[in-house]
Ligand binder design. Structure first.
Ligand code: ADP
Ligand code: MG
Length: 287
């Protein structure tokens, strides 16, 4: 069915591997008490079907703003977002989101958290539980179906949230710093898990992270953004063999990618730092 969709889009003489998602000249301004700010400026890139693409950039460069636009949570921008070649407005059923902050329901078990989207879609109990169990297995939480979020670690709760988003069967998965609150080892292991999931489902995946190693480990391409206004600074193709596991982080090629992206980011990050040092008394920004 995915192949069909790609072919349909390719019908007008375009390449067969039509982009699953296109961001075209997106500019977003916010009015703040300190005056208008340009959060994103002419951001354009496209994401291939089944691609794993990571967005990296200093804090405040507009990464979450871009995801919120793509996910339909934020309007009032210039430019266009296209799914399968069609401009979208507002939320789109092909797109699922996973956030940084806790989003599991504390009063529901793992099974009922993951089954929640199916429940709201009116899927019967036996079927939704069967499907939820498959997803729970996919994220490596089998055996924990009847646990409540409070009885599990942060990493396990985040996997529950990912499985729940997968239950919507999104063709495009957006993850905004899903591992930010986790320790380094858990991050690496969850990164492996994400790669396994993506290989199993062939989902188009967009990830936001601050972590350069994580970006290189997981991605086909990394989009490096500039500090305010957020623009695309460079798109780095990560030409490392797949399937990948966290073991790849010790290879020389891996280290070179990390160093080169860090080079790009250092400039942007120091600009962000000097700006925040220059204005220490300004009220904290909105996230
Ligand atoms: P990132 O996710 O890259 O850290 P954000 O997308 O959260 O950055 O924010 C980009 C910029 O836009 C920041 O300067 C932030 O303060 C500002 N911003 C984000 N959301 C709002 C909002 N609702 N109102 C005003 N300013 C906002
Ligand atoms: Mg953010």
């Amino acid at each position: 069915m995915r192949a069909d969709a790609a072919l349909r889009v390719a019908g007008k003489g375009e390449a067969v591997d039509a982009a699953a998602l296109m961001i075209e000249g997106v500019t977003k301004r916010f009015a703040t008490a300190d005056g208008p700010i340009v959060a994103l400026e002419h951001v354009s890139f496209s994401v291939r079907q089944g691609e794993f693409l990571t967005l990296i950039g200093p804090s405040g460069c507009g990464k979450s703003t871009l995801f919120n636009i793509v996910g339909g949570l934020l309007g009032g921008y210039d430019g266009r977002v296209l799914v399968d070649g069609r401009a979208i407005a507002g939320s789109h059923r092909a797109i699922g989101m996973v956030f940084q902050e806790e989003s599991t329901f504390p009063w529901r078990t793992t099974l009922d958290n993951v089954a929640f989207p199916l429940e709201t879609a009116g899927v019967g109990k036996a079927e939704r539980h069967a499907r939820a169990r498959e997803l729970i297995k996919l994220v490596g939480l089998d055996g924990f179906e009847n646990r409540y979020p409070a009885e599990m670690s942060g990493g396990m709760r985040q996997r529950t949230a990912i499985a729940r988003t997968l239950a919507f069967e999104p063709r495009i998965l957006l993850m905004d710093e899903p591992f930010a609150a986790l320790d380094e080892q858990t991050r690496l292991l969850l990164g492996d898990k994400l790669l396994q999931i993506q290989q199993a489902l062939r989902q188009t995946t967009l990830l936001i992270t601050h972590n350069i190693a994580e970006a290189v480990q997981l991605s086909d391409r990394v989009v490096v953004m500039t500090f305010r206004p957020g623009r695309v600074k460079r798109i780095v193709e990560i030409d490392l063999p797949r399937p990948r596991t966290s073991e790849i982080v010790s290879s020389a090629a891996f280290g070179q990618y990390v160093a080169s992206i860090w080079n790009d980011l250092r400039e942007e990050a120091s600009q962000g730092l000097s700006e925040s040092e220059a204005a220490p008394l300004r009220r904290p920004s909105h996230h």
